[in-house]
Design a protein around this ligand. Structure first.
Ligand code: ATP
Ligand code: MG
Length: 752
C-alpha cells in the first residue's frame, strides 16, 4: 500500500520557488486546468510540482497518476524530480510518452487487444520495408506508389483513428488502391503480430474505448492525468485522453500554441481550444514570466513570433538583465559555418562552461554530417540527441532481427533480414520462391522454409542450416540472462565474423556497436516489478521505442547536436542555431506555399532554448543533395529586432553593429545585414585544410550567382548547377517567373 507522506507535508519547498501564477496552477483544486504559457515560463516545472502537490498534500496515491511527457528522457527526469521534491519513491506512477504508455497497456492487455503475447514493434524503417513488400505483392509499382507516401497515408489514417473498413469508397481509383494497400498491410501485421507506432496508439485507444472492463479499470485508477507539451497532441491522442478521463478523471494540461511544431505529423493545436469545451470547467492559467533566457533573447523571440497571425497571444518578460547580444554569422559555406561554431565553442570551453552546455540546433538531420566532421577533426566530444539512432544502425538492426526471430518465428521482416545476413548461400531466387509458397499457403516465411525442403534444390541444405541455427539458439539460450543471449546470437549467427572481415574504420565501429549492444542488454536483465514483460521482449520494445534516445555516450560530457524539433522542451546556456537560410529554414516548401507559421514557431522554439547566449549563422553557398546552392539569409531574421543582434566576422574577431537604419534601407533585398566589409579572399585567415568548394567553377560559361536572361522567363540569378557536360542542369531564380530548372545546353541563356 502506498504510504502518504502526509505526516509532515513539506509544503514550503513545494511552492516556495514558484511565482503566484505558478502557485495557483500547482495548488489548484482537483478540476481540469490548462496552463497556457510561453517558452521557459515554467510549464514543465509546474507540472512536476503539481504531481508533488497531489501526492504530498492532496494524498493522492502515485498509483492514480498518469503523466504524459514528450520523450522517454523527459519521463525519467520527471520521475527523478518528483522523488526529489517529495522524498518518496513514485514507482507505481505511470510516466511516459503517449507511445510508451500505449505500449505498456497493450503488453498488459494483449488478449483484450487481440494481439499475440509476443507482438513486436515495427519502427518506421521496418514499416516502410514491409509496405514495400506488400506493394510488390499487390503489383503496385514503386514508381507509381512510392512506399514512403503509401506509408504516410496509412499512418495518417491511423492517426485519425480510421481503419480500412471505415474508409468510404469515394469512387476514386487512387484512393481505392491506397485503401487496398492499407488493408493488405494491416492483414500482414495482424498475422505476423506486428505493431507500428501509429498502431500502438490506435490499438490502445480502441482497447480503452471498446472493452468495458478495461475502460472501467483505468478510469477508476487514473484520477489525475497530466500532459506536457499539450499543443502537439494529435486527434487520436486527444480522443484517448478523453476516454481515459471519462467523467471523473481530472486533466491538467500544459502547453504553448507558439511551440506547436508537429502539424506535419498530425498534431492539432486546436486541441488547446477544444479542451475548454470538452472538459467542463477547465480554467486557463497563463504564465508570462520567463526564467530561462536573457532579455535580449526574449525580445528576439517575442519579435519573431509576433509576426504569426494565428496565436492565442502572450508576451514573455524576464526580471533578468539584457545579457549579451545575439551574434549573427554569415558563413561562406557549410564548412566555414561549422568551423565558426567549433571555434566559438572552444572559446567558451576555456573556463567554466561544460561541453553539455553547448548545443547546435539545425533544421534538417543531414546538416549534422559536416558539423560532426569538424567536431571530430577538432577533437570535441559530441552527441547527437535523438538522431544518431544507435538502434537504427545496420549491424544493430541485424543482431536485433535475430533476437526477434528467436522470439517470434512468424516475424517475416526479421526472417528476410537474417536469412542471408551474413551470406550463407540463400539467394534471391530462393527467397522469392519462399515468398511465393508463403503467399499461396497463407503462412509465414518461416513455416514456408521449414516445409519447403526438396522444392528448393541446392539451397535446401543452406536453408536447413539456417533453421537449425535459429532453433538451436532458441533452445540454448532459454533461461539465460539477456546479455548472454545477445552475445551468443552475435557469435553463432556469424555476424561478428562477418563485420570483422569488412575491415577499416567503419567495420571497427560496427564491432564496437555490437559490443555496445551487449552492454545495452545488461540494463534489462531484471524487468521492473509491475511490468509483465520478459527481459528479451522488454529489451526489443525498448530498442524500437527509444531509438536514438538512450544514447551510447550517456554520461560523457559532450557537446549536444540535434534538430530543432527534438530540442523542444530543453534548455542550454549556449545555443548555435545554424543554417538559417531561406530554402532550408524556412524550408522550400513552406516558402513556395507561403505557409510560414509553423516554420516560424520552430524558429521561436530554437531561439527560446538559449539561456545566456545565442549564435545564429547562415551559409552563402551550401551543397544540398549534391548541388551547390546560393543561400540567402532567412526571412525570419528580419523579424528579430535589430538592436538584439550584432554581426560577427571571424577574422577581425570584433563585433560590428548591424541592422542600422541605413543598412536596413540599403536595398540588398533582405532587410539588410549591414554594409559588408570587403570579404577576406577565400581561405585567407581560415583553416586552409578546409575542403574547398569550387564556387568559381563555370558551367557553359556561367558562374553560380550570374545574372542571366531567358527568352520566355526574363531575368534571373543562377542558383545551382547539377550534373556536367551536356547534361548540366541549371536552376535559375527568375524575378517574375519563380525558380526554374533548365537544361543548360538548351536554355539559351544570355549573360546580363
Ligand atoms: P518550454 O516551453 O520550453 O517547455 P517551460 O515552460 O516548460 O519551457 P521550464 O522548463 O519548466 O519551462 O522552466 C524553464 C526554466 O526556468 C527552468 O530552468 C526552470 O527551472 C526555471 N524556472 C521556472 N520557474 C521558476 C521559478 N519560479 N523560479 C526559478 N526558476 C524557475
Ligand atoms: Mg517544458
Amino acid at each position: 500500500m502506498f504510504q502518504s507522506p502526509a505526516i509532515n507535508p513539506d509544503i514550503v519547498p513545494l511552492t516556495a520557488a514558484l511565482n503566484p501564477a505558478q502557485k495557483e496552477a500547482v495548488t489548484a483544486p482537483p478540476e481540469h486546468r490548462l496552463v497556457l504559457a510561453g517558452a521557459g515560463s515554467g510549464k514543465t516545472r509546474v507540472l512536476v510540482h503539481r504531481i508533488g502537490w497531489l501526492v504530498a498534500v492532496e494524498n493522492i496515491s502515485p498509483h492514480s497518476i498518469l503523466a504524459v511527457t514528450f520523450t522517454n528522457k523527459a519521463a525519467a527526469e520527471m520521475r527523478g524530480r518528483i522523488e526529489q521534491l517529495i522524498n518518496v519513491p513514485v514507482r507505481t506512477m505511470w510516466v511516459g510518452t503517449f507511445h510508451g504508455i500505449a505500449h505498456r497497456m497493450l503488453r498488459l492487455h494483449w488478449r483484450e487487444a487481440k494481439l499475440p503475447q509476443n507482438f513486436q514493434i515495427l519502427d518506421s524503417d521496418d514499416q516502410q520495408r514491409l509496405v514495400k513488400r506488400i506493394l510488390r505483392s499487390l503489383d503496385m509499382p514503386d514508381e507509381q506508389w512510392p512506399p514512403k507516401l503509401v506509408t504516410a497515408f496509412i499512418n495518417a489514417q491511423k492517426d485519425e483513428g480510421r481503419r480500412p473498413a471505415s474508409l468510404a469508397d469515394q469512387g476514386d481509383y487512387a484512393q481505392r488502391q491506397l485503401v487496398r494497400a492499407y488493408t493488405a498491410y494491416q492483414a500482414q501485421c495482424e498475422s505476423a503480430g506486428l505493431v507500428d507506432f501509429a498502431e500502438l496508439l490506435l490499438r490502445a485507444f480502441e482497447l480503452c474505448r471498446d472493452v468495458p472492463e478495461i475502460q472501467a479499470h483505468y478510469r477508476a485508477r487514473f484520477r489525475h492525468i497530466l500532459v506536457d507539451e499539450f499543443q502537439d497532441t494529435n486527434t487520436l491522442q486527444y480522443a484517448w485522453l478523453r476516454v481515459l478521463a471519462g467523467e471523473s478523471g481530472v486533466l491538467f494540461a500544459v502547453g504553448d500554441d507558439d511551440q506547436s511544431i508537429y502539424s506535419w505529423r498530425g498534431a492539432k493545436v486546436e486541441n488547446m481550444v477544444r479542451l475548454s469545451r470538452d472538459f467542463p470547467g477547465a480554467e486557463v492559467i497563463r504564465l508570462e514570466q520567463n526564467y530561462r533566457s536573457t532579455g535580449t533573447i526574449l525580445k528576439a523571440a517575442n519579435g519573431l513570433i509576433a509576426k504569426n497571425s494565428s496565436r492565442l497571444g502572450k508576451n514573455l518578460w524576464t526580471e533578468d538583465g539584457e545579457g549579451a547580444p545575439i551574434q549573427l554569422y554569415a558563413a561562406f559555406n557549410e564548412y566555414d559555418e561549422a568551423e565558426f561554431v567549433v571555434n566559438r565553442m572552444r572559446e567558451h570551453l576555456d573556463g567554466r562552461t561544460r561541453h553539455a552546455d553547448l548545443a547546435v540546433l539545425y533544421r534538417s538531420n543531414a546538416q549534422s554530417r559536416v558539423l560532426e566532421e569538424t567536431l571530430i577533426r577538432q577533437r570535441l566530444p559530441y552527441r547527437i540527441y535523438g538522431g544518431l539512432r544507435f538502434f537504427e544502425r545496420m549491424e544493430v538492426k541485424d543482431a536485433l532481427a535475430y533476437l526477434r526471430l528467436i522470439s517470434n518465428r512468424e516475424d517475416d521482416g526479421s526472417f528476410e533480414r537474417t536469412v542471408n545476413t551474413p551470406t550463407r548461400g540463400i539467394g534471391a531466387t530462393t527467397i522469392e520462391r519462399l515468398r511465393q509458397i508463403a503467399r499461396e499457403g497463407g503462412m509465414s516465411l518461416w513455416k514456408a522454409a521449414v516445409g519447403a525442403g526438396a522444392v528448393l534444390g541446392r539451397s535446401a541444405g543452406n536453408l536447413k542450416q539456417f533453421i537449425d541455427l535459429i532453433e538451436g539458439l532458441a533452445k540454448e539460450t532459454a533461461g539465460e540472462p539477456l546479455s548472454k543471449i545477445m552475445e551468443l546470437t552475435i557469435e553463432r549467427s556469424g555476424l561478428r565474423d562477418h563485420y570483422k572481415k569488412e575491415k577499416g574504420e567503419q567495420a571497427e565501429s560496427r564491432l564496437e556497436n555490437l559490443d555496445e549492444l551487449i552492454n545495452a542488454t545488461r540494463g534489462f536483465e531484471r524487468p521492473p516489478e509491475d511490468d509483465e514483460l520478459d527481459p528479451l521482449n522488454s529489451f526489443l520494445a525498448h530498442a524500437a521505442l527509444e531509438a536514438g534516445e538512450g544514447q551510447a555516450l550517456a554520461g560523457e560530457d559532450c557537446v549536444q547536436l540535434m534538430t530543432l524539433h527534438s530540442a523542444k522542451g530543453l534548455e542550454f546556456p549556449i545555443v548555435f542555431m545554424v543554417g538559417v537560410e531561406n530554402g532550408l529554414f524556412p524550408n522550400q516548401r513552406a516558402l513556395d506555399e507561403g505557409n510560414l507559421e509553423e516554420e516560424r514557431r520552430l524558429c521561436y522554439v530554437g531561439i527560446t532554448r538559449a539561456r545566456q547566449q545565442l549564435y545564429i549563422s547562415y551559409a552563402e553557398v551550401r551543397r544540398v543533395h549534391g548541388t551547390e546552392q546560393i543561400g540567402s539569409p532567412s526571412i525570419f531574421l528580419r523579424d528579430i529586432p535589430p538592436e538584439c543582434v550584432v554581426e560577427t566576422r571571424p577574422r577581425a574577431g570584433v563585433l560590428r553593429p548591424s541592422f542600422t537604419g541605413a543598412a536596413r534601407n540599403s536595398g540588398n533585398g533582405y532587410g539588410g545585414y549591414g554594409t559588408r566589409e570587403p570579404r577576406p579572399r577565400y581561405g585567407e585567415g581560415y583553416n586552409l585544410q578546409r575542403p574547398v568548394i569550387a564556387t568559381a567553377q563555370t558551367y557553359g560559361g556561367f558562374k553560380l550567382g550570374a545574372q542571366v536572361r531567358h527568352l520566355k522567363f526574363g531575368e534571373g540569378t543562377i542558383v545551382s548547377f547539377d550534373g556536367d557536360g551536356d547534361r548540366t542542369q541549371v536552376e535559375v531564380r527568375f524575378a517574375s517567373a519563380g525558380t526554374k530548372r533548365l537544361m543548360l545546353s538548351q536554355a539559351n541563356l544570355q549573360a546580363v
